[in-house]
Design a protein around this ligand. Structure first.
Ligand code: ZN
Length: 303
């Protein structure tokens, strides 16, 4: 049985609140496994290292539990595209609206408990395509500076273009000071996606001051450094291809994240014909599953 709150860790010392969300998409189990392992590691840390100090609190929250059970992206609709006021006031009957209300309640209660300040939201995902780990910070300075500690490519401007994501909702929340960002840890079923997620969360708790820099296991960090060696440091959003349900969208096979593409290149087909790129750049998150509203994104390397 998967619980909404997968676990939490605190030593009762003041400090930041870090909320990690995993499995907003039900086929992304790597994040769930990673947070379960990390919470167990934190519990053990005090046994091996009695002087280990943790400031603030880490809470891991499971997203779309019904979709996780069937290992599919979603049951009725994408849980990470429906976070807006209209849906809070009048949630539909779809499974995901119920999940959104439950996740939001847990997070809102935590924010309230913490007094609305010194709060971080780290939303953890994996992708269908191979070839990429990356961070999606908001345009907020603190979000970008946390992203910079991860050794992985940073994509600027994508969070702002995706409507109805949980991270965008909390980043824009007016009555609380929340720094939010997204990490994509690699391919859904790659076992190393679990380790890379652990590394990213450890980097995050170090950066926000929950632990002393040398006080926690660094062995996973090299995985991020090795993986991102040939990837861009920073890129910016250029274009996103949105799919309507009856488009019959099929991505051309073989694309990996960060593959270079040229203007005019045929990227996919749908019932209207070939979909050609209007830009030269790199491809991100090409859709190779039958569920999803975004066919692909095009980004441009800036560093
Ligand atoms: Zn996802």
């Amino acid at each position: 049985m998967l619980k909404r709150i997968l676990g939490s860790y605190s030593q009762g010392r003041p400090g930041p609140l870090l909320i990690c969300t995993v499995g907003l998409h039900g086929n992304e189990w790597a994040g769930v496994e990673a947070l379960q392992l990390l919470l167990a590691m934190l519990e053990d840390e005090l046994v091996a290292n009695p002087s280990f100090e943790f400031f603030g609190k880490l809470v891991a929250i499971a997203g779309n539990i019904p979709a996780l059970k069937i290992k599919q992206r979603y049951v009725n609709c994408d849980l990470n595209r429906i976070w807006n006021q209209r849906n809070f006031e009048n949630p539909g009957n779809e499974v995901e609206f119920g999940e959104m209300v439950k996740v939001k309640q847990v997070i809102d209660d935590l924010i309230l408990e913490w007094g609305g300040e010194n709060i971080y939201l780290f939303d953890l995902h994996t992708t269908t395509a191979e070839g990429g780990i990356f961070l999606l910070p908001t345009l907020e300075e603190q979000s970008i500076s946390i992203a910079k500690t991860m050794h992985a490519p940073i994509i600027i401007g994508l969070v702002e273009k995706l409507n109805g994501t949980m991270v965008k909702y909390y980043a824009e929340k007016q009555d609380a000071d929340i720094t939010a960002l997204v990490f994509e840890a690699g391919q859904h079923d790659d076992p190393l996606s679990v380790n890379r997620t652990i590394a990213a969360v450890i980097n995050c708790i170090r950066t926000i001051g929950s632990v002393a820099p040398d006080d926690i296991d660094n062995r996973f960090e090299q995985l991020l450094i090795d993986y991102a060696r040939d990837l861009p440091v920073m890129a910016r959003f250029l274009h996103g291809h949105h799919i309507a349900p009856d488009d019959g969208f099929v991505m051309k096979p073989g694309y990996k994240n960060f593959d270079p593409i040229s203007r005019g290149e045929v990227l996919a087909q749908d019932r209207y014909g070939s979909i050609k790129s209007d830009f030269s750049g790199m491809i991100l998150m090409p859709l190779y599953q039958n569920k999803g509203d975004d066919g692909f994104f095009i980004i441009e390397k800036i560093q």
